[in-house]
Design a protein around this ligand. Structure first.
Ligand code: F6R
Length: 611
């Protein structure tokens, strides 16, 4: 996720901006840039790659004079990571510089509008549109603030903006909607930043901007205006935690931070793809003829991404009635797969660099399959080599154990399935609307799931001492169990297995003895009664049962299970998107109790680039 920092005061701005960006590095980024205003001159420096490149290029900021500036670390979403796509972006006349965090959803339409007016763009980004639109309105209104409000009325999507203008070099403008931005109050200086980590070295007095607010920041003070352009009195907050904790945004581990980011990540994955109640996948070439021509879908992935594929088998098949086969990428290459020109290969990868997945993708391509990838890292190898890419927009994931990337992959795959079924004419208008509506509710439902985190922590403190755990479930709950079990074993080192509940009696039940912990997944309403029978079965053999079900089914589950976690009710196909979060939190808190190195579990790497 991008990071923003801005400084205005009496000191040289560039070294302070570089220091602030350094503290935002943990958010992940692929390029960085700064702009410093010096009288009526704007000096811009940008560099792909590590911050050291930018620092080296500017001699630690010393080559850029001026005491006002904005800086940015970019995590590419629109346009590959390179110097040109990096922020700050300048308007065509070079008078306005802008940094942006978020996604401007209607940027194509605005770009076309400006191009028709003769504006020439230099980058591929959605963000440059905002800089150019600002110039367009600034020329009409002659005030930056007036122009900014006009721009905010036209842009759709999420944004935190930092802006400097050569004609008003004594101020920074800031605006926010659905992307974090805060104001920092110093002595004879003031700041803007994406999060406090960038500021704690300089000030601990901050206030958080709310959606729709605009700030005008000078060295002597900060004025905040609401969407009606009326002044707002901002309460200040004192930050009292240590700088070392700030690197994780105040969280003890990246994993917990990333779990807590899931509602926001889900919003970013879903909202740009819903327009006027319809799912839209810009640029995706999968019309009715192509879909009717498909013989099968081959899902290829590793680890957690493979578990997303397992969910996909249930949901895609039931939505589209096209046969779906999910294969581990490391097996796919060597199993002589039934794949040809009539196969759609869906390749799922957070990093977009997993070697097994890449090799399997090339194998499928060589056999004639069309490649559609679901990827988080923009511009990664898998994304570049695919015929179509659907980005998940989860933002950088730093903890080795995936959490928010998994959730967004699942949401994107589900959306794709609904879109395909609709294109094939397999959904009634009512069913389509109900699914889209349920999809849109997921982010807020995730907030509700996270609010239950203390309960889950309590269950973890009860069960962390077990040596062996079984996750059981049917249908989507089985696929969910695979992920819950992987999460637990990879970070807590507890041996854990996931089974389709119906399989227990074919062997595994012999392992259940008094005290064995069974995590019973019973969210999937159509098979709830069967899930309950399996809970009774393992209870009868002395197991301790920690269950996961929905709010509606809770009462029933409580009659048998020892402890119950719940998620809100929704369309059955979306239940795993909610259900995975309690399992991630359970794994996290168990690992915490056991004193494990949660963000970097032994022997594991974030991006597996070896076979
Ligand atoms: C588990 C985990 C891994 C990855 C797997 C594939 O928490 O993160 O199992 O899912 O290594 O990685 P990507 O999705 O980057 O291809």
């Amino acid at each position: 996720m991008c990071g923003i920092v801005g400084y205005i005061g009496k000191e040289p701005a560039a070294p302070i901006l570089l220091g602030g960006l350094k503290r935002l590095e943990y958010r992940g980024y692929d390029s960085a840039g700064i702009c410093v205003a010096d009288g009526g001159q704007l000096h811009v420096a940008k560099a792909k790659g590590r911050l050291e490149n930018l620092s080296g290029m500017t001699d630690g900021g010393r080559t850029l004079p001026g005491t006002v500036g904005i800086g940015h670390t970019r995590w590419a979403t629109h346009g590959e990571p390179n110097d040109i796509n990096s922020h700050p972006h300048l308007s065509e006349d070079g008078k306005i510089a802008l940094v942006h965090n978020g996604i401007i959803e209607n940027y194509l339409e605005l770009r076309e509008f400006l191009e028709r007016k003769g504006v020439r763009f230099t980058s591929e980004t959605d963000s440059e549109v905002v800089a150019q639109l600002l110039e367009y309105y600034y020329k009409k209104t002659d005030t930056v603030l007036g122009a900014l409000y006009m721009v905010l009325h036209r842009i759709e999507g999420a944004y935190a903006l930092g802006i400097v203008c050569a004609d008003a070099p004594d101020r920074i403008y800031a605006a926010r909607k659905d992307a974090p931005l805060l104001l920092g109050y110093g002595e004879g200086c003031n700041f803007i930043a994406s999060d406090v980590t960038a500021l704690v070295q300089h000030t601990r007095e901050v206030s958080y901007m709310e959606d729709g607010e605009v700030a005008v920041v000078t060295a002597d003070g900060i004025t905040v205006l609401n969407a009606m352009e009326l002044p707002v009195a901002k309460p200040r907050q004192h930050i009292d935690w240590e700088i070392s904790a700030a690197e994780k945004g105040g969280y003890p581990h990246f994993m917990l931070k990333e779990i807590m980011e899931e509602p926001e990540a889900m919003r970013r994955a879903i909202s740009p793809r819903i327009k006027d109640g319809r799912l839209v996948f810009d640029g995706l070439q999968l019309g009715r003829t192509e879909l009717e021509n498909l013989r099968n879908i081959a899902v290829i992935a590793c680890g957690s991404s493979y578990h997303v594929g397992m969910m996909g088998k249930y949901n895609l098949e039931s939505l589209t009635r096209i046969p779906v086969e999910v294969t581990l990428a490391s097996e796919f290459r060597y199993c002589d797969p039934i794949v040809d020109e009539r196969t759609l290969a869906i390749v799922i990868s957070q990093s977009g660099e997993t070697l097994d997945t890449m090799a399997a993708m090339r194998e499928a391509k060589a056999r004639g399959a069309r490649i559609l990838s679901i990827v988080n890292v923009v511009g990664s190898s898998i994304a570049r080599e695919s015929d179509d890419v659907l980005y998940t927009y989860a933002g950088p994931e730093i903890a080795v154990a995936t959490t928010k990337a998994y959730s967004t992959q699942l949401a994107v795959l589900d959306m794709l399935g609904i879109h395909m079924a609709d294109t094939l004419g397999l959904l009634t208008a009512e069913r389509y609307d109900a699914l889209v509506c349920a999809l849109q509710r997921l982010p807020e439902q995730l907030d509700a799931v996270l609010a239950d985190c203390e309960n889950i922590k309590h269950f973890a403190s009860q069960y962390f001492n077990h040596d062996s755990v079984f996750f059981i479930g049917r249908n989507l709950d089985y696929a969910l169990g695979l992920e819950g079990s992987l999460k637990l074993k990879e970070i807590s080192y507890i041996h854990s297995e996931a089974y389709a509940s119906g399989e227990l009696k074919h062997g595994t039940i012999s392992l259940i003895e008094p005290g064995t912990l069974v995590v019973a997944l019973g969210t999937y309403a159509p098979l709830f009664d069967k899930a309950m029978s399996n809970v009774v079965e393992v209870k009868a053999r002395g197991a301790s049962v920690l269950a996961l079900t929905t709010a509606q089914q809770r009462g029933q589950m409580e009659k048998t299970a020892d402890a119950v976690m719940t998620v809100p009710d929704t369309e059955p196909m979306f239940l795993p998107s909610l259900g995975v979060v309690p399992l991630q939190l359970f794994a996290y808190y168990v690992a915490l109790q056991r004193g494990c190195d949660i963000d970097k579990p032994r022997n594991l790497a974030k991006s597996v680039t070896v076979e």
